[in-house]
Write a protein that binds this ligand. Structure first.
Ligand SMILES: CC(C)(COP(=O)(O)OP(=O)(O)OC[C@H]1O[C@@H](n2cnc3c(N)ncnc32)[C@H](O)[C@@H]1OP(=O)(O)O)[C@@H](O)C(=O)NCCC(=O)NCCS
Length: 230
């Protein structure tokens, strides 16, 4: 595609330099090791491939979350979202979950989405915690704004973290109520909710960095729904 770089320079959002998320390893309840690490913009096409099957899964609101996550990742790829990042969870190279968000400014982080492909192991919960860790500890932000689009999300974030409801604040994901995680609340909840060990051994890190493997469409639907097909 021929790109008019003069016009493109006007359309592209100028980005803040963002510190990199140091990879970590989490041992899940079934003993499997999940590597949590930052995705590169070049990984977006493969991430979109993994998200695409969720667009047709209404169960537990995967369709709306998947559709929005798809648009956000594409927005990052096409340089239409400012300061976006994405963290992924991988087991033996396979993608098991995705989280994303962005820096609004130096102090405020905007949490976008959390999507778990492998279920029943708190993969989504661990990845959300990694996202909070990134905003507060790595980017050094003061607070993260969060909203929920599903009852499971509400239980996992608003209830488990005791997030603070924000009156008169508009979250970027639309009209749903906005909540926030402050630095104090993060460090209070960290011992209970933020897991993982660093550094990740070379063998596990090389396996994760080599390639993001994606299960086929039927396998993704089966993992999410717990049954064959949709
Ligand atoms: C919200 C989400 C990220 C949480 O991920 P998670 O922490 O890994 O949790 P799971 O989805 O595996 O499990 C959530 C509950 O559903 C149950 N569950 C539903 N379907 C399941 C399945 N196919 N296999 C295993 N467990 C399943 C689990 O037992 C669990 O119950 P619990 O809350 O009593 O522990 C994930 O459910 C998800 O991606 N949902 C769709 C998108 C979404 O809602 N994102 C958040 C927007 S705010």
């Amino acid at each position: 595609m021929a790109v008019d770089m003069d016009l493109e320079a006007l359309l592209r959002a100028p980005a803040i330099e963002m510190a990199e998320y140091p990879p970590k390893m989490i041992t899940l309840a079934n003993g499997k090791k999940m590597i949590v690490r930052q995705a590169d913009i070049k990984d977006v096409p493969v991430l979109l491939q993994a998200v695409r099957p969720t667009l047709e899964i209404p169960r537990d609101y995967y369709d709306i979350v998947g559709a929005r996550l798809y648009a956000e990742l594409l927005g990052w790829y096409r340089h239409r979202v400012r300061n976006e990042y994405c963290l992924v969870g991988q087991i033996e190279g396979y993608l098991v979950g995705i989280v994303n968000g962005r820096m609004v400014d130096k102090d405020i982080g905007m949490s976008y989405h959390t999507l778990a492909i492998d279920r029943g192991l708190r993969v989504g919960s661990h990845l959300f915690a990694a996202k909070m860790e990134y905003h507060i500890e790595i980017l050094g932000q003061q607070e993260v704004w969060i909203t929920a689009e599903s009852p499971i999300g509400f239980r996992r974030w608003m209830i488990e973290y005791g997030l603070i409801k924000q009156e008169g604040v508009q979250h970027e994901l639309g009209g749903a109520s906005s909540y926030k995680l402050t630095r104090d609340l993060y460090f209070e909840t960290k011992p209970r909710l933020v897991a993982g060990k660093r550094p990740v051994s070379k063998r596990f890190l090389d396996e994760a960095m080599d390639k993001i493997m994606v299960a086929d469409e039927d396998a993704i639907s089966e993992k999410i729904c717990g049954v064959k097909g949709r």
